[in-house]
Structure formats: structure tokens, C-alpha cells
Ligand binder design. Structure first.
Ligand code: FNR
Length: 383
């Protein structure tokens, strides 16, 4: 097994082992990718304050995420096509998360269905919903999430319309992949991926195929999906979905203090400060820069979580110190999955956990709940 010391190692292996079409799908942002890049470079601008001669014994990274205990304030974010990064990817990632003691959230756009993941795991997981126009499909997928005993609904609000990713268009991204000469040549060098895919029947959007009106086969799937995002999503519709679901609700994709105030008035269990990993509004500020403003606006009224740009335990610490209650990782665990399947996701979690624990100690703190501005040096103009 290769020595993995950081997420960057997993990223390199992911790139080497996964078809280009799917690696690029993960490692890209919309349009000029400015926001995608700033999500990570803005983390690097925040500096940490070292504190010495403090008793660092009995440290704890444990927390609660919307009331559920977690080993650390990190959850696995919903990622579409996870099962194309590695065969049965959603099941493997969910298993790694449950063994590690952190939440896993299944995307609407998953390859493994809600039922596939429920049958192959032992703990409840969260389900992420994209609001689709087809009302029958919407009602049925919410019902399926209830039947599977999902612990929370994560409602994504920043994708009523798709931001364009140039790489996906150039690669002709699809699930299952379209076999052209370049994709076949590419696949020939990713034999582990190919063997895995040959061994599984799950190669298309499992939550959608056969369940949505008029979508019985994979050929009509892509066009149905692209047309289905509900451009008319508004707070009235969100309220209807809240009533249909009736359980814990997290609103994902809040990037503005005004929207955060509406979300807090609305009464969700948490919000996720997110720009979708730089995949939607290119030109938006990074999540980490918007976070303190949103915490200031609503932090005393609602659990504020954040994602976009986290690649290390140091990044998690910085987000917590700027007021996030907890964080989510997308690409950091996807790199692990594409590199080494379930073992890779576990390794990603171990790496981030160890980095968080060590960095916390060197900052002179013993509990993630005590982290705050006292641990940071912010550059001029950051706030
Ligand atoms: C995503 N994200 C996402 N979000 C969501 O609500 N539903 C989805 O299906 C997807 N799909 C998806 C695919 C891929 C390849 C990526 C990278 C991301 C966004 C995701 O949940 C999360 O907000 C970001 O990944 C966080 O940014 P980082 O950690 O990847 O920088």
C-alpha cells in the first residue's frame, strides 16, 4: 500500500487510477474556476497563533452535528456520481463514514440508490435533495428517504440551474460513460476501475432510473435530469418540502447573510455556508470569507456549518475558529475513494482527524468547541 500522508497524496492516486472524465468531473469548477481556486487559497491566507506551555492532555475533537454525536466536526458531503469514481462508491464511502463515526450524506445524483446504501450499511445516513419539477418523483424520493430511515434531509438551494463546467463538456461526461476511442484508450490504463465496474451492476443514477416518470432506461436519463432542476424553487416550495419531509432539515448553499437570516427565521436545523465547491456561481467569494459574516448574522440562532475548500485538518480548525459549528468535505474524501475505495476514504478521514488534533494542540486548545478568533491571525481586509 502506498504511504499516504496528506490529501494531496490521495488526489495524485485518484488522478492516476480513475478515468479522466470522472477525475475532471470532481476536480473542476464552473467557468473560469476563480471561486473554485479561491476556496482553497483563501484558507491559506489565514494564519494560526501558536501557544506554548499549555497542558495539552485529554484533547477531544468530538462534537454533535444537528444533535448526532460525531468523532470530529466533519461530515461527508453529497457528491453526485460518487459511484463512478469507484464501483459502489456511495456504499463504500457510507461504510467508511459510519466506522469512523462521522455523518455521510447521499446525493440525489448518486449511482447507488437510497435502498442500495441502506441495505449495505447499519446506521442512518443523510439524504440530499435536489428539487425537481416532477412532483410525483419529488414525493416518491422523499418517501423513499423516510422509508430508509434517513437521519436528515439536506436541501440544496444553490442549483436551480447548472453552472457550466468546461471540462465536463469537452470530456462528454456521462454515466454510464460513452465509449469513444479516447475514452477507451484512457480506460485501458485504469484497469482497477474497469475491473470494479465490471463487477457491479450499478452504473447509472440509481435514485432516478426506473423511479421518475418517463425514465425507464439510461438513454433518457441524462436529458430528463438536465431538464428537471426546478428553476421556480422559492421559500414557499421549501416550506412544502419541509412539511412533506417532517424530519431534521439542513439548508445547503447559503452564501449571503440576508439569505442566512431568512433561513434562520424559516426554522431549519442547520445551514451550510457553501458555494457548492466553486461549481455554481463563479465569481462568488469563497465560503471561508463569507462564513464570519453569516455567523455574525445568525450564529446565535441556528447551527452554522460550512464547506468548500477544505483539504486538511488545519482548514477544519480555521473554519471552526471563524465560527462554524462543523464542516463538510467533498473532494477530500472523493480523492480517497478514487484512489483506494473504502480504505482511501478512511485514510482521508484519518489524515484530517490527525491534522486537526495536532494543530489544535499546537494552538494551545484541547477541545474543538473552544476554538475561536483567539487562535487566528487574519490578513488585512479579510473580513
Ligand atoms: C458536489 N456537490 C454536490 N452538492 C450537492 O448538494 N449535491 C450533489 O449532487 C453534489 N455533487 C457534487 C459533485 C462533485 C464532483 C463535487 C466536487 C461536489 C457539492 C458538495 O456537496 C460540496 O458542497 C463541495 O464538494 C464542497 O467543496 P469541496 O470540499 O469539494 O471543496
Amino acid at each position: 500500500m502506498p504511504v499516504i500522508t496528506c490529501i494531496e497524496d490521495l488526489k495524485r492516486l485518484h488522478k492516476a487510477r480513475t478515468p479522466k472524465m470522472f477525475y475532471d468531473y470532481a476536480e473542476s469548477g464552473s467557468y473560469t474556476e476563480q471561486t473554485f481556486h479561491e476556496n482553497t487559497t483563501d484558507f491559506a491566507k489565514i494564519k494560526l497563533r501558536q501557544k506554548v506551555a499549555v497542558d495539552m492532555s485529554n484533547r477531544s475533537t468530538a462534537t454533535d452535528i444537528i444533535g448526532f454525536p460525531a468523532t470530529m466536526p466533519v461530515a461527508l458531503a453529497p457528491v453526485g456520481l460518487t459511484g463512478m469514481q469507484h464501483a459502489d462508491g456511495e456504499i463504500l464511502a457510507a461504510r467508511a463514514a459510519e466506522k469512523f463515526g462521522v455523518p455521510f450524506c447521499l446525493s440525489t445524483m448518486s449511482i447507488c440508490s437510497i435502498e442500495d446504501v441502506a441495505e449495505n450499511t447499519t446506521k442512518p445516513f443523510m439524504f440530499q435533495l435536489y428539487v425537481m419539477k416532477d412532483q410525483e418523483f419529488l414525493a416518491s424520493i422523499i418517501e423513499r428517504a423516510k422509508q430508509a430511515n434517513c437521519s436528515a434531509l439536506v436541501l440544496t438551494l444553490d442549483l436551480q440551474i447548472l453552472g457550466q463546467r468546461h471540462k465536463d463538456m469537452k470530456n462528454g461526461l456521462s454515466a454510464p460513460p460513452k465509449f469513444t476511442l479516447p475514452t477507451l484508450l484512457d480506460l485501458a490504463t485504469r484497469w482497477r476501475w474497469g475491473i470494479g465496474m465490471m463487477q457491479t451492476k450499478r452504473r447509472h443514477f440509481g435514485n432516478i432510473v426506473g423511479h421518475a416518470k418517463g425514465v425507464g432506461d439510461t438513454s433518457s436519463l441524462s436529458s430528463w435530469t438536465a431538464e428537471q432542476f426546478d428553476e421556480r424553487l422559492d421559500w414557499d416550495k421549501i416550506a412544502k418540502i419541509r412539511d412533506m419531509w417532517g424530519g431534521k432539515l439542513i439548508l445547503k448553499g447559503i452564501l449571503d447573510p440576508d439569505d442566512a437570516r431568512i433561513a434562520a427565521d424559516f426554522g431549519a436545523d442547520a445551514i451550510i455556508v457553501s458555494n457548492h465547491g466553486g461549481r455554481q456561481l463563479d465569481g462568488a467569494l469563497s465560503s471561508i470569507r463569507m462564513l464570519p459574516h453569516i455567523v455574525e448574522a445568525v450564529g446565535d440562532r441556528i447551527e452554522v456549518q460550512m464547506d468548500s475548500g477544505i483539504r486538511s485538518g488545519q482548514d477544519v480548525l480555521k473554519a471552526l475558529a471563524l465560527g462554524a459549528h462543523s464542516t463538510w468535505i467533498g473532494r477530500a474524501f472523493i480523492h480517497g475513494l478514487g484512489a483506494m475505495g473504502e480504505v482511501g476514504v478512511t485514510r482521508a478521514l484519518e489524515v484530517i482527524h490527525k491534522e486537526l488534533d495536532t494543530t489544535m494542540a499546537l494552538c494551545g486548545e484541547r477541545n474543538v468547541k473552544d476554538l475561536g478568533r483567539q487562535n487566528l491571525l487574519l490578513p488585512e481586509g479579510f473580513l
